[in-house]
Design a protein around this ligand. Structure first.
Ligand code: 6PG
Length: 491
């Protein structure tokens, strides 16, 4: 049923039906709708409470061809077919509620796009349910916050190839562009887009944790002020570390608190919050059997920061070194921390791409890993100069087993590894927590080890639980009669 007759909504200004719709006009949805309109697309807009729709039309109606819709039937009616409807509501139940209301209004071939931060397993479920009804469901990652949504985000659409054929020209046009290339590519079927967006966020967590550790070490070991640290990050942003997150770190550190006149960073409560995508990343990687220790440490560090009860019980009670300030050469230590940050960051990306590769294999997504680095070069939160290096690495060898064994990465870490080891050792000596730096270094050392102590773990498992082991010098599975004559049997 259409509510057009009863609906006072004016017709689109062009008189033509809208090409695409956005429902959910909180700041991300509103900015995405404006981005579409500014790029010349006719956009139908809807929000559950009409106020937001009215505000959008009043404030920004002049930016393009908007059709306000009072309800979902009116929104559906306003669209040309196949209809393309972007849902921009809270992940979880609110998304399901909108889908349930939309589906009976749609026709075969229509495309529903969830552009929120959905869990990729929810996206798989929704895609299956809608495709059984002949509808297309596209779970699409969108990164870049409010600013990106308005001026060009990085877009990671999943779903069917057919859906992308019709949606792609719109999404690529509104996405960020780097050297003329859009930061949008069809990631793969069903949940692939949301999986890649989830990993983007996991890497975002790791990146931010590593930056925070670099800040903390330089502040406490050298005694630098936030303003001096802002200069260090500004300088770092001119080299290999150049990235959006390093750039905004300098901004945050140089900010003065308008109330006290002191450093802004010193008046902010030191408890990091999280909406959950970092945790999802780590949970999914555990299921895939892929170590993402950088991301896991980042999630745990946020949890520890918010664990007020235990922090209050321990602060000033548990002893540490007398002072974190050490007598080290200032410029040399800054340079060491820069190397530690870059090497740890390379590990976090290597782990992130391992997780994408593993999920792609498990779910048959056929994700082009190099293309993922390309679409993260602009628009998104982790945009960075060195993403070009990832693309080049996969161009050199699409079957690269780990980014860390690519020549560029290998050399970058080789150049920085002595510094990295000194920084981890210094952190331990000074009593400054650096879980990201040290976990990354341990992963690197684990990866390159000729022989790991896992052999001992296998021995223990066989002793207490007859879990068996394999030998280095023979095929098959073996067990030792630990409680008997200690002879070996082959099973
Ligand atoms: C993006 C961001 C965006 C959001 C994070 C914040 O790509 O635009 O990643 O998705 O900023 O979800 O996540 P937390 O609240 O968990 O830090």
């Amino acid at each position: 049923m259409s509510s057009t007759d009863a609906d006072p909504t004016p017709p689109p200004r062009s008189g033509e039906k809208a090409e695409i719709a956005v429902t959910g006009l909180a700041v991300m949805g509103r900015n995405l709708a404006r981005n579409l309109a500014r790029n010349g697309f006719r956009v139908a807009v809807h929000n559950r409470s009409q106020g937001r729709t009215d505000a959008l039309i009043e404030e920004f109606g002049h930016e393009g061809d908007f059709t306000p819709a009072a309800d979902l039937p009116a929104l559906v009616e306003a669209l040309e077919t196949p209809r393309k409807i972007i849902i921009m509501v809270k992940a979880g139940e609110p998304t399901d509620a909108v889908i349930d209301e939309l589906v009976p209004l749609l026709e075969k071939g229509d495309i529903v796009i969830d552009a929120g931060n959905a869990h990729f397993l929810d996206t798989r479920r929704r895609e299956k349910a809608l495709s059984e009804k002949g509808l297309n469901f596209v779970g699409s990652g969108v990164s870049g916050g409010e600013e990106g949504a308005l001026n060009g985000p990085s877009i990671m659409p999943g779903g069917s190839k057919e859906a992308y054929d019709s949606l792609g020209p719109i999404l690529t046009k509104i996405s960020a562009h780097v050297n003329g290339e859009p930061c949008c590519v069809h990631v793969g079927p069903d949940g692939a887009g949301h999986f890649v967006k989830m990993l983007h966020n996991g890497i975002e967590y790791a990146d931010m944790q590593l930056i925070a550790e670099a800040y903390d070490l330089l502040r406490h070991v050298l005694g630098l002020t936030p303003a001096e640290l802002a200069d260090v990050f500004r300088e770092w942003n001119t080299g290999d570390l150049e990235s959006f997150l390093i750039e905004i770190t300098a901004d945050v550190l140089s900010q003065v608190d308008p109330t006290t006149g002191g450093a802004f960073v010193d008046v902010v409560l030191d408890q990091a919050e999280q909406k959950g995508t970092g945790r999802w990343t780590v949970q999914s990687a555990l299921d895939l059997g892929i170590p993402v220790s950088g991301m896991a440490e980042a999630v745990f560090a946020r949890s520890l920061s918010g664990d007020v009860v235990r922090r209050e019980a321990a602060a000033g009670v548990l002893p540490g070194p007398a002072s974190a300030k050490l007598d080290v050469d200032r410029e040399a230590f800054i340079e060491d921390v820069r190397h530690a940050l870059y090497s740890s960051k390379l590990v976090a990306y290597a782990q992130g791409f391992d997780a994408i590769r593993a999920a792609s294999e498990q779910y048959d997504w056929n994700v082009d890993l190099g293309a993922m680095a390309t679409i993260w070069r602009g628009g998104c939160i982790i945009r960075a100069r060195f993403l070009d290096r990832i693309k080049e690495a996969y161009d050199r060898n699409p079957a690269l087993p780990s980014l860390l064994v690519d020549d560029y990465f290998k050399d970058a870490v080789a150049n920085g590894q002595d510094a990295w080891r000194r920084v981890v050792a210094t952190a331990a000596t000074a009593g400054v927590p650096a879980p990201g730096f040290s976990a990354a270094l341990s992963y690197y050392d684990g990866l390159r080890a000729e022989r790991l102590p896992a052999a001992l773990i296998q021995g223990l498992r066989d002793l207490f639980g007859a879990h068996t082991y394999k030998r280095v010098d023979a095929e098959g599975t073996f067990h030792l009669e630990w409680s008997g004559d200690r002879s070996e049997t082959k099973s």
